[in-house]
Design a protein around this ligand. Structure first.
Ligand code: ADP
Ligand code: ASP
Ligand code: MG
Length: 461
């Protein structure tokens, strides 16, 4: 069971999460995964940026807010018993956090590595607090960091990848033992460590990934993701007010939704579960008796409807490489992707112009400048590439549903609906999956495009 930041936003929510675990623990062996409380990871990101700029005054204030927030929550969760162990732990972590921020401020240098170390405090602080809440209910719970639970990654800081074999082996061994002792392991999500012990993170939203890895390694019956909505919905409910909960989606569909729904789930989160065919349930921690969404290997019939949901990914940009010499030049595309790949840029979407010789790639906004520089260095001056341009204010819209590609007319309806709202489409994906059609629009048009598709395919009921 993984509890998202929204389900651990304050002492009341944390006590609620603990009750949810207790409710299901009488008949199940449970492993718990904790996210950082509320928006703490965002706060730490901000502190890191301020530290890099050396803004000492602002940092002190923000840092104290984070420290007090956890201390206050810990005191409240511990209740009258005021378990000294918990408060000592939180105080220790708080001073370690302070030293980390001081270090970054002094050097004015925030590497991916030190950033991971800084961000890991969110989960390192929330995990012992949730553990304490579980103990207060009489459960035998024990807090573990991601590394202690067995997750070992490569050193791609910021977006580290688990070394699957060693990770599965370690998880199986360590958590298996804890479960045999009838303990409930409470694992800090999102964070792990390299072989030599440096702290890494799995990328934003990575607690889902932690849960999926642990579930797969242990051969869990199910993986439950507790959040603040009733399940996976036909669209982000903050954009389409009449969005509906989907009772069942296949791994293929969920993967597309989560990949493009950025906020809802970590893009790779479902991979380990999908590989081992372990069903994933997404449920509302405020309404635990509701069924939520079941994600499983079964292809669900959607009452004959091909489009199931529409999703948006923000903070992306388009990098376009163009030049007449590219036409018919074998290997041009390979060179582009090789260059981006070796610079650790993740390409989310590709499209190739046919009349004009261009290749466009959608990448994360933070990677745009780096991509352009890398491509300039690698490609310009060799004859076939003339220009490399970029746009940063972009959103990608993904229309998801199994069997969509095989059904004629869906694309026409998608683009027709968007055009009717006078939204300009900047790029269309050369999709390979049969589960989605995706396209890029300007950032400001994103929500409008989502609503247009939600309406067109009557996803509201
Ligand atoms: P957590 O803290 O539990 O990880 P997140 O904030 O990461 O929660 O994700 C939950 C939020 O994702 C919801 O509150 C909702 O606003 C948003 N969201 C975006 N797209 C969807 C969707 N298709 N279905 C459900 N929620 C969505
Ligand atoms: N706390 C991390 C984040 O906000 C991981 C997670 O919540 O899943 O990205
Ligand atoms: Mg999340």
């Amino acid at each position: 069971m993984k509890f998202g930041g929204t389900s651990l936003a304050n002492a009341v929510r944390i006590r609620n999460a603990a009750r949810v675990v207790r409710q299901f623990s009488s008949v199940n062996n449970i492993v718990v995964v904790a996210s950082a409380m509320g928006e703490v990871t965002d706060w730490l990101v901000e502190i890191g940026d301020l530290a890099q700029k050396g803004e000492a005054g602002k940092i002190r204030k923000r840092l104290q807010e984070v420290q007090n927030f956890h201390l206050k929550t810990a005191k409240s969760v511990a209740g009258r018993r005021k378990t000294r162990e918990l408060l000592t732990m939180i105080n220790q972590l708080n001073s370690e956090l302070e030293r980390t921020v001081e270090g970054i401020t002094h050097l004015r240098e925030l590497t991916q590595r030190s950033r991971d170390y800084l961000l890991s405090f969110g989960e390192r602080l929330s995990t012992p607090i949730l553990t304490s809440a579980l103990r207060n209910l009489g459960l035998r719970a024990r807090a573990l960091t991601g590394a202690e639970a067995g997750i070992t990654t490569d050193d791609n800081f910021g977006e580290a990848k688990p070394l699957v074999e060693v990770t599965y082996h370690q998880i199986h061994q360590r958590l298996g033992q804890a479960l045999n002792r009838k303990e409930i392991p409470v694992v800090a999500g999102f964070m792990a460590a390299t072989v030599d012990g440096s702290i890494t993170t799995l990328g934003r939203g990575g607690s889902d990934y932690t849960a999926s890895l642990l579930g797969a390694a242990l051969g869990a019956d199910e993986i439950w993701i507790w959040t603040d909505v009733d399940g996976l919905m036909t669209a982000d409910p903050r954009i389409a007010k009449d969005a509906q909960v989907l009772s069942h989606v296949s791994f293929g569909e969920a993967l597309e939704l989560s990949y493009f729904g950025a906020k809802m789930m970590h893009p790779r989160a479902l991979q380990p579960a999908a590989q081992r065919k372990i069903p994933v349930r997404i449920k509302n921690s405020s309404k635990p008796s509701k069924n939520g969404t079941l994600v499983s290997a079964k292809e669900s019939d959607n009452g004959g409807r091909v489009v199931k949901a529409v999703s948006i990914i923000r903070d992306v940009g388009i990098v376009t490489v163009g030049g007449t010499g590219m036409m018919g030049a074998p290997g041009a595309a390979a060179k582009i992707f090789q260059t981006l790949g070796s610079n650790n840029v993740n390409v989310m979407m590709i499209s190739q112009g046919s009349s004009e010789a261009t290749i466009s790639c959608v990448v994360a906004k933070r990677d745009v400048d780096r991509s352009v520089r890398a491509l300039q260095l690698a490609l310009l001056g060799q004859g076939y590439i003339e220009r490399i341009s970029n746009e940063k204010d972009t959103s990608v819209i993904a229309v998801v549903g199994s069997g969509m590609k095989g059904t004629p007319g869906v694309a026409a309806r998608v683009f027709g609906a968007v055009a009717k709202k006078k939204v300009n489409i900047r790029m269309v994906a050369q999709g390979s999956s049969e589960y989605n059609i995706s396209f890029a629009v300007s950032e400001k048009d994103g929500p409008k495009a989502v609503r247009a598709i939600h309406e067109e395919f009557k996803l509201n009921g």
